[in-house]
Design a protein around this ligand. Structure first.
Ligand code: SF4
Length: 405
């Protein structure tokens, strides 16, 4: 059995109407009676998670969820939890008890498509016969499906094999390795100001140095006020300059146009988050109106400084840039607040303390709720006039910028 931490395993969510047979299917999938099964609709209230080894794929987490048609005030809360689970999932099994698709199910499948979450419709209770109307609808919409019967185990083994072959395999993008090659010179600009931690570099700076060394590149590290001197002493232009976001305007003034330039935050946005999505989110900054709510989200708690980036500087820059009277909330911790749909924009920190998967979950939650999301680095570069220049090294992000302009 693999020792992969639960948060790093691929998550498979079982979603659908009440009494569609989700819990029975989860039990069949893992081969034990983990989840209470009942004919009474709505027996599953809170999501139930179970880790298992899905061969030949490997370790996964199965999540049984409450019905998407749950009713009443409590039902609404459960639906919010189900939406959260959907954003945590890497694959969705939409369990349909061989009836016609309801409007809710069609919306759910469309939302999954928009989120880019692969899904398979499970036609449950196949022992009761074939519903050709349903199969026609799924076929004509290009939706993959698989019939099973939890009553006589029909199709269960094949379902596990199918899910195993359809699960996405993701390679972590590199921080800087794909932008440089052996003997390239890269210059890292690290201001040592009051905001810099005493006696050490921060994690994105250390990671960039390490990855550049792994590529046998030549790394020069300098403070922003030394940058001109560095460039004048080099016998050739560096391949790339990476700067702290807050020094971007001073750095741009010192760097000729022919040298590529970006920020540590943009590198981190690519590594942990979704850089093109953040770039598309920039459009919302200029659409904000008086009274709009903006959420500033930090993924960990830290001791706030006098001119704190999340609590002071970004709110100030947002108000200056938009010239609007914005209502800005700042939260920190491991979860988004439940009311993110109230916000017109989310500005997220670099997420250096989060795993890539955890950061992706937050982005998916924002997308699912239709709230544009940007990260600190991308927003700061934009509000300081450094976009699109700081995006030029990244073709997908640059294309996203062109798509909103
Ligand atoms: S997780 Fe976010 S708030 Fe915490 S140190 Fe990293 S970037 Fe800053």
């Amino acid at each position: 059995m693999s020792n992969a931490a639960q948060s790093e395993r691929l998550h498979i969510a079982f979603i659908g109407k009440r009494n569609a047979g989700k819990s029975s299917l989860v039990n069949k999938f893992i081969g034990q009676d983990l989840v209470i099964v009942s004919e009474i609709p709505g027996t599953t209230t809170d999501p139930v998670k179970k880790s298992m080894e899905l061969l030949p794929f490997g370790p996964v987490v199965l999540i049984d969820t409450a019905g998407i048609d749950d009713t009443g005030e409590l039902g609404e809360k459960r639906i919010i939890k189900t939406i959260k689970i959907i954003s945590e999932a890497d694959f969705a099994l939409v369990v349909e008890p061989r009836e016609k698709l309801s409007e809710q199910e069609r919306n759910l499948i469309n939302n999954l498509k928009e989120l880019g979450l692969p899904c398979l419709v499970i036609i449950n209770k196949s022992d009761l016969g074939i519903n050709y109307e349903l199969i026609d609808e799924l076929n004509s919409a290009g939706i993959k499906f698989h019939p099973v019967s939890c009553k006589n185990d029909e199709g269960i083994y094949e379902l596990k094999e199918k899910v195993s072959s359809l699960l996405p395999s993701e390679e972590n993008p590199s921080l800087i390795g794909d932008l440089i090659k052996q003997h390239d010179i890269i210059v890292l600009v690290v201001p040592i100001d009051l905001g810099a931690p005493k006696g050490r570099l921060i994690m994105p700076q250390v990671q960039t140095i390490r990855e550049a060394l792994d590529e046998d590149a030549i790394v020069v590290v300098a403070k922003d006020k030394e940058l001109r001197a560095v460039l004048s002493k080099l016998s050739q232009n560096p391949k790339l300059i990476v700067t702290d976001s807050q020094a971007i305007m001073r750095v741009i003034a010192d760097v000729p146009d022919e040298i590529q330039l970006t920020t540590f935050s943009i590198l981190m946005a690519r590594l942990k988050g979704d850089l093109p999505e953040y770039v598309r989110g920039l459009k919302r900054i200029d659409e904000l109106k008086n009274g709009d709510k903006v959420l500033i989200a930090e993924a960990c708690s830290h001791h706030a400084q006098e001119d704190d980036i999340g609590k002071v500087k970004i709110p100030r820059w947002l108000r200056l840039h938009t010239k609007k009277n914005l209502e800005i909330d700042v939260v920190n911790g491991h979860d988004f607040p439940e009311n993110i749909s109230e916000y017109k924009l989310i500005v997220h920190c670099g997420g250096c303390m989060l795993t890539r998967k955890a950061m992706q979950v937050r982005i998916k939650q924002a997308k699912y709720m239709n709230v544009p999301i940007v990260n600190y680095g991308v927003a700061i570069s934009y509000m300081h006039g450094a976009v699109p220049r700081a995006l030029l090294p990244f073709s997908e992000a640059f294309a996203a910028w062109k798509s909103i302009n």
